[in-house]
Write a protein that binds this ligand. Structure first.
Ligand code: KG4
Ligand code: ZN
Length: 333
C-alpha cells in the first residue's frame, strides 16, 4: 500500500510517499524561513506559507518517488496537535485529494506520527518499548504496547525541552529555532563550566520541568559583559545542554525501570541532539537496554512519519470521515 502523507502542523511543509509503512520513497521537507526574523513561529504566516508551498512540495514528493497521484492507495495528514490554521492546510488538502480520487484517508495524530518514525527507521522494533518524545511542543515518556496502545507515563509540567533549547538559543543570540545551533556550538564548549539546576518537580513521578532551567540561564547571563559573552557562549550552551539532557536521561531510565522494558525509542525534534543520543546510548548500555533513534530527518517534523502512522490505520481498514476537523490540543490516544 502506497500512502501519501502531508504534515503542516507548525512551520514545516512536508509531503512524503511511503510504501507499506516502512519504505520511504520520498520525504520532502520545507522548513519555513519566514519566521526567523520574528524569533518564533507566527501562526498566520505559517498558514499562508503552507498554502503557497503545499502543491509544489507534494509534486516534488511524487516526482522524487517516481510516481503520480494514480499510484497512491491512500492519504494521511496531521490533524493535531498543532497550529489550527496550519493544520487545516494539509488536512483539507489531503481530504480533497482522497475525496476526488475515491481513495481512503486517515487523519493522523502528530504525536503518533513521531512514535511511528521509530518504526520506519527500525522495522524490527517490535511492539513493546518506551518512547521519549521530545520536541518544541512536547516532552513526554510513553509506554507503548503495540500500535495504537499508548500509556503516557509523564510529561512536562511547564515548558517543553525544545522550547527551552529555543529560548536559551535566543538568549545566546543564535536565532530561531536554536536547538540544532546549541548542539553545534556546545561541541566547542565545556559542559561543566556552570552547573545549572536539574529540576526534579516530583521525584516519584515521571514529570519534567524546563522553565526553571531557562530562567537560570537567563539570570546567569545577566552578569555578563559583551566580551565575557563572546568568550563563554559555547561554555554556556554546553552547560545548559548538559543539564537539559541529564533531566531527560534520568527520567527515561526511571521509565525503563518502572515498566521493566528494555527498549527506549527516541522521537521528536530534540531527539536529533547529539549529546542526548550519546548520553542515553551510554546509559542504556549500562543497564542492558537498547536505544533506538531515527535519523535526524525523521526526528524533526516530516511527512514520512505521518504517512507511516496513517498506513498502520489504513491497512486495518480504519478511515477518518471527511468531517474530521483540525484539533490544536489533540492528546495522544
Ligand atoms: O518535532 P519538531 O520538529 O517540532 C515540534 O513538533 O515541535 O521539534 C522542533 C524542536 C525545536 O525546538 C528545535 O530547536 C529542536 O526540536 N531541535 C533540537 C535539535 N534539532 C531540533 N534541539 C536540540 N538539539 C538539536 N540538534
Ligand atoms: Zn513534531
Amino acid at each position: 500500500m502506497i500512502v501519501l502523507g502531508l504534515e503542516t502542523s507548525c512551520d514545516e511543509t512536508s509531503a512524503a510517499v511511503v510504501a507499506d509503512g516502512r519504505t520511504v520513497l520520498s520525504n520532502i521537507i520545507h522548513s519555513q524561513s519566514v519566521h526567523h526574523r520574528f524569533g518564533g513561529v507566527v501562526p498566520e504566516l505559517a498558514s499562508r506559507e503552507h498554502i503557497r508551498r503545499i502543491i509544489p512540495i507534494m509534486d516534488e514528493a511524487l516526482a522524487a518517488a517516481g510516481l503520480t497521484l494514480d499510484d497512491i492507495d491512500g492519504y494521511a495528514a496531521t490533524f493535531g496537535p498543532g497550529l489550527v490554521g496550519a493544520l487545516l492546510v494539509g488536512l483539507s488538502f489531503a481530504k480533497a485529494l482522497a475525496y476526488g480520487s475515491d481513495k481512503p484517508f486517515y487523519a493522523v495524530n502528530h504525536l503518533e506520527g513521531h512514535i511511528a518514525a521509530n518504526r520506519l527507521a527500525h522495522p524490527d522494533l517490535g511492539e513493546s518499548f518506551v518512547t521519549l518524545l521530545v520536541s518544541g511542543g512536547h516532552t513526554m515518556l510513553i509506554d507503548v504496547n503495540g500500535f495504537g496502545d499508548y500509556r503516557v507515563l509523564g510529561k512536562t509540567v511547564d515548558d517543553a525541552a525544545g522550547e527551552a533549547f529555543d529560548k536559551v538559543a535566543k538568549l545566546l543570540g543564535l536565532g530561531y529555532p536554536g536547538g540544532a545551533a546549541i548542539d553545534r556550538l556546545a561541541q566547542d564548549g565545556n559542559p561543566s563550566y556552570v552547573r545549572f539546576p536539574r529540576a526534579i518537580p516530583d521525584p516519584k513521578r515521571l514529570v519534567f520541568s524546563y522553565s526553571g532551567l531557562k530562567t537560570a540561564v537567563g539570570l546567569h547571563l545577566k552578569g555578563y559583559s559583551a566580551d565575557e559573552m563572546a568568550v563563554h557562549r559555547a561554555d554556556i550552551a554546553a552547560s545548559f545542554q548538559e543539564a537539559a539532557v541529564d533531566m531527560l536521561c534520568d527520567k527515561s531510565l526511571r521509565a525503563l525501570e518502572v515498566t521493566g522494558k528494555k527498549i527506549l525509542a527516541l522521537s521528536g525534534g530534540v531527539a536529533a541532539n547529539s549529546r542526548l543520543r550519546f548520553k542515553l546510548d551510554e546509559a542504556c548500555r549500562r543497564i542492558g537496554a537498547r536505544l533506538i533513534v531515527p535519523p535526524p530527518e525523521l526526528c524533526t517534523d516530516n511527512a514520512a512519519m505521518i504517512a507511516a502512522a496513517g498506513y498502520y490505520h489504513l491497512v486495518r481498514g480504519e478511515q477518518s470521515p471527511f468531517t474530521v476537523n483540525a484539533v490544536p490540543y489533540q492528546k495522544l490516544g
